[in-house]
Design a protein around this ligand. Structure first.
Ligand code: C2E
Ligand code: CA
Ligand code: CA
Length: 823
């Protein structure tokens, strides 16, 4: 019987009342039973002991079988009952049944008193009912053996079902829903009760001819026992296979532990019929990384018992190894211990967990292992991607994401962005060293944090630049906070034995009409620079101090005419397969030589082009020139891919895929030669339209590459739904790989995780051979960077291909012949 969590208060008294009614019925039935004082067949008094023993064993070792996804628990108590009908009088039979069956229950567990009382009444009633029926059907004394067997089978079946009916009433007291209980307990038990009764009837047959043949009775019982066990395990094995399959589909749906864990645990709970399943993940030092589910004290379990049974006093007192109220299985991936799953509270059937539950949970935990490992990697990559390693505060991309949410959220209070920049931080770094510089930043962050509310967000953008996002009832409160931070910075910092005062400049902007995070931050920056230049400590953004606008406008005009006059160039940076040191392609990077300003860096004009919509034209130019080059390389016999950068806006262009297709066919270049680099943040915008374009591109057969990976705020679970073929680890993690342990962790996890998801990994920003070697050792597939070659103008690139010490991928000879054939 299940004992659900919060039964109504009247449930227990109701059980006592029902027990009393059943007991009265039992007495009534017994009193009216014919020939009350005698056994049906002549027999010695001591038979009460072997029959009682039969009750004990049957109650003590119940079966469970699977039937229509239900676990049915039943025992072979019908067998001793048939013997009792034959060889005991109603009263000794009832006594044996109550005494030995209760002893069996008590030997397994210590049920609450109301359960014992109810069971005693029920045992009495079943026994009395069986006698009342059998003696009316076959006569009270010395009936003929055949009719006794039939009558016994029928009466025992009826009595057992009456017992189940009583049980379902009691369960309904606690959990309601009598109908389902009735179906679960009574209807599904018809077959088992009937079978048990028939086995009893067959088993008793030899003994009816004379007690000296009773030994033969053992045979049918043993045969039934063995075949039931066999059936139970066989159906289990079949079910496990389908369950494992559906379980792995569930695991495939998410990389987020927050998402994955509840789903996986619910499924495990369902499959092993447990009330509680808890997941706890630890690192190698034993610190908890993640937990889900009601706490089960896993730490109490010695390491040697992990994966074995855990006795749970609450559920089973003194549990043996074979049966238990709860147990623990380990989660392991690649031989690393990741944590445990604790399972407690059998939710179905009257019994505790057994070997088969444990082995099933072990199989599920094994499946879960690699998903958990990916989830942990994902979480660490995501944490690194959204947090500053030095101060532990969120980084710029996390700040922008939050800002975006806040802008959308609420307009009743003043939302403000405050940008802080330390004054003369460079001098601190240069004179006292980076170590001291780091201390200053950490201490500064700690101080600022101490004057903020819990809901305020402090973020480090890099270097000595910080930003705060706050919401206040009025403008003055924001200013007061800025003044407090400023005055705080006059209190000296103690650094390695000396005191230093590090002041800061603060720019404030209130979020109003402007709703683009980048523009809002730019305004706060402008205010901060104004404060710094005029040494006034704090400045609030106003239109007048925004002097960069005209410069932007003229740049835009110049860019437009540069495109019209075909002044944009494309340079190519070689990409090398790290394991073989072979050149396999190049990234196309746009270059613009401005008539007055000289070379303008893409970072300075791509943004302008995006804001104005000119980017589509830029992209078109770069695509055309890149496809031309790739076609030329092919004609020269090289086997090289070309990678082109797309911006977010390009993905909104519903015509993009068609134009790319046209350019490719114009040049007769295979789509698989073209790789399109897309940043994570571009993929996050306006998903429906973006997805449409992505789909079209995928169908074209071009490959997609996730650029600047690690700097965006996207999630890998999202990524796995996209047709992405490669991940480009951002150069900010790669360049200092050997100096920064944190970068090494990020790069290593990204490579592992990417490979687990079937992606190729590209590292950009490889500036020297040491980084090259380290990346190769970590299993990174491809790399590019100044250490291999700078981006080169097309002619220089062609020359480089001829002279480089790297092997260059070439096409198979017959392909060259075919292409070179003018036909
Ligand atoms: P990106 O896509 O991450 O491109 C790689 C950038 O890293 C290039 O800067 C490249 O010159 C630089 N780089 C390459 N190797 C190294 C190295 O070893 N160390 C360092 N520190 N840097 C290295 P670039 O050409 O200035 O481009 C900057 C960004 O401008 C690009 O970043 C990309 O986001 C954007 N961009 C460039 N060309 C295009 C284009 O045609 N279309 C679009 N939409 N964006 C472009
Ligand atoms: Ca790129
Ligand atoms: Ca990049």
């Amino acid at each position: 019987m299940t004992s659900p969590s919060a039964p109504p208060g009247w449930a227990v008294p109701a059980v006592y009342a029902l027990a009393a009614a059943i007991a009265v019925a039992a007495v009534g039935l017994t009193a009216t039973t014919p020939n009350l004082g005698a056994a049906a067949f002549d027999s010695p008094w001591w038979l009460i002991f072997p029959i009682g023993m039969g009750y004990f064993l049957a109650e003590r070792f119940p079966f469970t079988i699977e039937f229509r996804r239900e676990t049915i628990a039943f025992s072979l108590t019908e067998v001793p009952t048939v013997f009792a009908l034959a060889f005991l009088g109603p009263i000794p039979a009832m006594t044996a049944r109550i005494a030995f069956a209760l002893a069996a229950m008590l030997s397994r567990r210590r049920p609450p008193r109301f359960k014992l009382v109810f069971n005693a009444a029920m045992f009495a009633f079943e026994s009395a009912l069986a006698f009342a029926v059998v003696r009316r059907l076959s006569g009270a004394t010395e009936p003929d053996a055949g009719s006794f067997m039939l009558a016994a089978a029928a009466s025992v079946t009826i009595a057992t079902l009456a017992g189940y009916l009583a049980i379902s009433i009691v369960v309904a007291f606690f959990a309601g829903d009598f109908r389902t209980r009735f179906q679960a307990e009574v209807l599904t038990s018809m077959a088992t009760a009937g079978t048990g009764a028939l086995i009893g009837a067959v088993a008793v047959a030899p003994a009816l001819f004379g007690l000296q043949y009773a030994a033969l009775s053992i045979l049918p019982i043993v045969a039934a026992w063995v075949s039931l066990r066999r059936h139970g395990t066989l159906s289990q094995a079949h079910r496990d296979l389908t369950d494992l399959h559906s379980f792995s589909t569930i695991l495939d749906q998410s990389l987020h532990l927050d998402d994955l864990a509840p789903r996986a645990l619910d499924e495990i709970a369902r499959l092993v019929h447990a009330e509680r399943v808890t997941l706890r993940l630890t690192n190698t030092a034993g610190d908890q990384l993640f937990s889900h589910g009601a706490p089960i004290d896993v730490d109490e379990v010695p390491a040697s018992r992990r994966g074995a049974f855990l006795p749970d006093d609450e559920i089973v007192a003194g549990s043996s190894l074979a049966r238990c109220g709860s147990f623990i299985v380990p989660i392991v991936a690649d031989d690393n211990f990741l944590g445990v799953i604790a399972v407690a509270g059998r939710s179905q059937g009257a019994f505790s967990f057994d070997e088969s539950d444990v082995s099933r949970a072990t199989d599920l935990a094994e499946q879960l292992g690699s998903s958990i490992r990916n989830g942990l990697l994902h979480a660490s990559v995501e944490h690194a991607a959204t947090h500053d390693a030095l101060t532990g505060e969120p980084n710029r991309s996390a700040f922008e994401a939050r800002l975006r949410r806040e802008i959308a959220a609420d307009h009743s209070t003043h939302l403000a962005v405050i940008v802080l920049d330390l004054n003369q931080f460079k001098e601190v770094n240069d004179t006292l060293g980076h170590h001291v510089g780091d201390q200053v930043l950490v201490e500064f962050a700690r101080r600022v944090r101490s004057v903020l509310d819990d809901d305020d967000m402090l973020s480090r953008f890099g270097g000595d630049e910080f930003a705060i996002l706050i919401r206040r009832a009025n403008v003055d409160e924001v200013r007061q906070l800025a003044e407090r931070i400023l005055s705080m910075s006059y209190t000296p910092l103690r650094l390695d034995g000396c005191d230093a005062v590090v002041t800061s400049s603060i720019g404030i902007t209130f979020v109003g009409s402007e709703t683009l995070p980048a523009s809002i931050l730019r305004r706060a920056d402008i205010a901060m620079y104004a404060a710094k230049n005029q040494r006034i400590g704090i400045e609030v953004y106003r239109e007048e101090i925004d002097r960069r606008t005209p410069a932007r406008l003229s740049l835009l005009g110049d860019l437009r005419s540069a495109i019209e006059r075909d002044r944009l160039e494309v340079h190519f940076q070689p990409k090398v397969e790290l394991a073989t040191s072979r050149v396999i392609g190049a990234e196309a990077l746009v270059r613009w030589q401005h008539p007055d300003r000289g070379w303008v860096a893409p970072d300075d004009f791509i943004g302008v082009a995006e804001d104005s919509g000119l980017i589509r034209l830029v992209t078109d130019v770069v695509l055309t020139k890149s496809i031309e080059q790739a076609t030329l390389w092919q004609r020269l016999g090289y086997d090289l891919d070309v990678a082109v950068n797309l911006s977010a806006l390009d993905l909104h262009d519903e015509d993009l895929a068609r134009r790319i297709d046209a350019k490719l066919s114009d040049h007769g270049l295979d789509a698989s030669r073209l790789i399109l680099e897309i940043t994570e943040s571009a993929l996050m915008v306006d998903t429906d339209r973006t997805m449409g374009t992505i789909d079209q591109l995928d169908r074209l057969g071009v490959r997609l590459s996730l650029d600047d990976f690690g700097t965006g705020y996207s999630s890998l679970s999202y990524l796995r739904r996209l047709p992405v073929a490669e991940l480009k680890i951002d150069r900010s993690f790669v360049s200092d790989l050997l100096l920064n342990v944190n970068d090494d962790v990020i790069v290593r996890s990204t490579i592992d995780l990417g490979h687990n998801l079937g992606l190729r990994i590209v590292a950009e920003g490889i500036e020297n051979m040491q980084v090259y070697d380290r990346l190769a050792a970590l299993g990174c597939d491809t790399g590019q960077g100044y250490g291999i070659a700078r981006p080169l103008a097309p002619e220089s690139f062609a020359q480089w291909l001829e002279t480089t010490t790297h092997d260059v991928a070439r096409q198979p000879v017959n392909v060259i012949r075919l292409r070179r054939n003018p036909a």
